[in-house]
Design a protein around this ligand. Structure first.
Ligand code: FES
Length: 98
């Protein structure tokens, strides 16, 4: 299983291929908000994918449209609920302010 490294905590866990970043982050004990239940409607699960962007699932139009509404979005931005693990390691920076 690919490894997920979480910043800034530095935690590393294994995540199965096809698992969403959101589910993996919650399983790791990260306090990440998901008010819409993982439906790309709240934008609260915004993270920066620092490494491994090519291995996670491609961005859908729905995710892209939601990201367009969020302040502070950059080229590494993803909605954790919409990004699924592939087969390579991934490093994610959690921005949650909870
Ligand atoms: S959990 Fe709401 S957009 Fe991801």
């Amino acid at each position: 299983m690919p490894l997920l490294t979480i910043q800034p905590s530095g935690k590393t866990i294994e995540a199965a291929e096809g698992t969403s970043l959101l589910d993996a982050l919650l399983a790791a004990g990260e306090k990440i908000v998901s008010k819409c239940g993982g439906n790309a409607k709240c934008g609260q699960c915004h993270v920066f994918v620092q490494e491994g962007r090519k291995t996670i699932s491609k961005m859908t139009r729905v995710e892209n449209e939601m990201l367009d509404t969020i302040i502070g979005v950059g080229s590494k931005s993803r909605l954790a609920c919409q990004a699924m693990f592939g087969t390579e390691p991934v490093t994610v920076e959690v921005l949650s302010f909870v």
